[in-house]
Design a protein around this ligand. Sequence first.
Ligand SMILES: Cc1cc2nc3c(=O)[nH]c(=O)nc-3n(C[C@H](O)[C@H](O)[C@H](O)COP(=O)(O)OP(=O)(O)OC[C@H]3O[C@@H](n4cnc5c(N)ncnc54)[C@H](O)[C@@H]3O)c2cc1C
Length: 479
Amino acid sequence: MTAPKSVAIIGGKTGIFGLSLAIALRDKNYEVTVFDRSQYDANGYDPASDDVQAASADHNKIFRASYGKEIHYQRLAFESRKAWVAEDEKRGFSEHGNGSDDRIFIDSGMLRIQPSDHLATLEKETLANMERDGLRNTQFVKSDPADSQRAEKLGWKEKILDFQIPGSPGRSYETVLDSTAGFIRCSHACAHYQKVAADKGVKFYLGPEGAIDSLVKLKSSLSPGQEKVTGLKTKSGIIHDADVVVVAAGSFSTQILPELSYHLESSAGSLATFKIDRSNTALWEKYSPERFPVMTWKSVPRDNSGKDTGSIYVLPRTPEGLVKIGYRGIKWTNFQPAPENTPFTQNGKWSVPLPVEECSVIPEAAIYSIKQFVSIFLPEFDGTPFFSTKLCWYTDSLDNSFVIDNVPTFSENSVFVCTGGSGHGAKFLPVLGQHAADILEKGDQSSSFMREFWRWRPDAPRRNGLEEGPDGPRNISHI
Ligand SMILES: Cc1cc2nc3c(=O)[nH]c(=O)nc-3n(C[C@H](O)[C@H](O)[C@H](O)COP(=O)(O)OP(=O)(O)OC[C@H]3O[C@@H](n4cnc5c(N)ncnc54)[C@H](O)[C@@H]3O)c2cc1C
């Protein structure tokens, strides 16, 4: 019998991509070790903890299966939804039951607020694909009388909220309630799945002993001219051997593996919270997940180049009373000089996360947009100071799809990447790893329907804003 292959994953104590893959590989009997420089077990996965720089460490992230024309992500999301519900059931919570404080997936529904009083193009595409998969009856368009009646019957009517369009008397925004959507209690979910991983035998090196400095490379004896990675070196200089090294370090991945520099860009989303005191029972109830849906608003219609922008969202209050608003209309870049020999740069620069101590202030433009959103959709908080603000770092890929594949520039499939969440990866935690593990094992023979979309794709054009570079309008150092 041959010994199981050993896999070392960089990022994955909280990082959803590494954690999900670690569990799936362990299920296939790989020997799996996760290295993560953060020590989330020590801070209780607290998203407010100062040293947390992981997109996955957060109170909540939206779960949605509405993906416009991208039916493959719609299908992956429904696969994942089933798995979230099953995991909660294993923990003793039913999907529609009480206990939203303890469940990891909350089916609060999500209201997609349109830019105007009629359906936008993206919305029509989403509804068409829901129809195509037999799911149109889970969607409720406010102005559609049949949808309205069905919502009433199924108990969703109260969440189809009505908001007047400022400056347009008598006109209100069109809205669509998606009853399959909701949110993930993200840090809570990571803590749970980390325990699942440890119970299955995944080994963890955390904190200083899990902080990775570099990959250990040798000249390949099988592929002349290429290098093979044989393990990794921690910041304290300890070397760990592995048959395969996986880079799953979120927005820090390019700094560990500069070969990713063409594929990815780190950019920041702007988050702000209000805090409701439990003694304010009217607000506490109104913004609870039982009464209030996730709400997203595209403040402007699709632009002439086909890009959907101007997005802003709010989630129901957390058990601690936090109401979180996210602004992703502009994802801020932070261009810095790239190290020498970085394979791809723009004017010698690349965008990387700001140091954590500079991430608690959000730019004026984000504050302005959030305040505008609050004044229209969350009137009780109009004029209330934020409880907290934070920049949270995305790992954007050139086309918004993940990057999950062997890195062809290293021989013998010794380096695998699992990253590029592009602002929508958290919802896939329970299933992403299974698809990724199949790709790691079988490459082009993988049966995952996501294989084509997640490939290493050096020939794909750099879009999704990644074409802008340091002189683009999003560079935070110019603001
Ligand atoms: C503002 C914002 C809003 C989002 N909203 C949603 C949403 O509503 N719904 C949704 O589904 N998704 C959402 N996402 C996307 C989702 O959060 C990400 O796709 C996902 O969390 C990324 O996980 P990850 O494992 O790739 O990275 P991360 O969560 O960033 O984890 C990377 C890990 O790598 C570790 N690491 C980094 N460098 C090193 C090193 N040198 N050595 C050791 N360890 C290292 C870090 O400590 C961390 O634990 C959002 C993202 C952002 C930024």
